[in-house]
Design a protein around this ligand. Structure first.
Ligand code: ATP
Length: 282
């Protein structure tokens, strides 16, 4: 039996380059792993099964962790099963890649349990078959993700900072938000090259002024802008929606300001979560 962490991600930038023949979009995104994680426990048994502490999540083959286990077992050609227990801490439908992280950890954990039968390059392909963000969730740190999200280039780490997550009361469906995207309507694109250079030069200011997410314009809920303003008013140096939302994050360079903002948001009845970037996840 093993227990492993499944780390969430945030998008420091998210650009949509175009729509592909297959209906998916070509992306260019700078992604960052954060300390927040789900806990995944794997224990050998006859069938593949999932148990999760969040009752509304599917525990059958609709759970992405179940799909990851099926792909792994088929790849190594075994009829073995595995019990997967998921303790969720990552908000669902938040754009934090929670499901992707769970699938990534199942693949990495099973590969460890079975003595590394699958090379990492092939494991990444199995990850992509589960979901576009899974390869990043297996790689972690700071990366440029292109294509569907599977073409990954490691980048210099985000300088040390405090990340305050604010979760609106509603989840957003990635599929639905992407279905609203009209590439021709995108007026502003992130300065991805400038962001990468700023990361390389450890220029925190240069990074923060370049945080930008194209998808924000396609989310009509006013809470996104409201939460960004709340974070900035409380001293965040920058604020952005992550992925396809609904979570909005603020980056603080002062721990005291981040803690004060967290307290204030809690008193307002919001549900803040204070986290930080991580560079190694497995
Ligand atoms: P992303 O940022 O990768 O687009 P997200 O953070 O917006 O994803 P998730 O929390 O990963 O969204 O999950 C979205 C959907 O996936 C939910 O509707 C949920 O029912 C389904 N799902 C399947 N398996 C899981 C899992 N293990 N954890 C969370 N959601 C899961």
């Amino acid at each position: 039996m093993i227990t492993i962490r499944a780390h969430a991600k945030i998008n420091l930038s998210l650009d949509i380059i175009g729509k592909r023949q297959d209906g998916y979009h070509d992306l260019r995104s700078v992604m960052q792993s954060v300390r927040l994680y789900d806990e995944i426990t794997l224990h050998p048994q006859k069938e593949i099964s999932v148990r999760c502490d969040l009752r509304f999540l599917p525990c059958d083959n609709h759970n992405i962790a179940w799909k990851a286990a099926r792909l792994f077992m088929d790849e190594i050609g075994t009829k073995d099963g595995i019990g997967i227990q998921i303790k969720k801490h990552i908000p669902v439908g938040g754009g934090l890649g929670g499901g992707s992280a769970d699938a990534a950890s199942v693949l990495m954990g099973l590969n460890r349990l079975y003595g590394f039968p699958i090379p990492f390059s092939r494991l990444l392909e199995l990850g992509l078959a589960c979901g576009a963000d899974v390869p990043f969730c297996m790689t972690g740190g700071t990366c440029l993700a292109e294509g569907l999200g599977e073409i990954l280039s490691p980048l210099s780490p985000l300088p040390h900072c405090h990340i305050l997550l604010l979760r609106p009361r509603f989840p957003l469906s990635t599929k639905k938000i992407f279905s609203l995207v009209n590439v021709k309507q995108i007026k502003h694109h992130p300065d991805t090259k400038g962001l990468i250079n700023a990361l390389q030069n450890r220029d925190t200011e240069g990074v923060l002024v370049r945080l930008f997410n194209c998808l924000e314009d396609f989310v009509s809920r006013p809470e996104i802008k409201e939460y960004k303003k709340l974070l900035l008013d409380e001293g965040a140096k920058a604020a952005l929606m992550t992925g396809s939302g609904s979570v909005v994050y603020g980056i603080f360079t002062s721990m005291d300001k981040a803690n004060a903002a967290k307290e204030r948001f809690t008193a307002m009845g919001l549900r803040p979560c204070l986290t930080a970037p991580v560079s190694t996840i497995f």
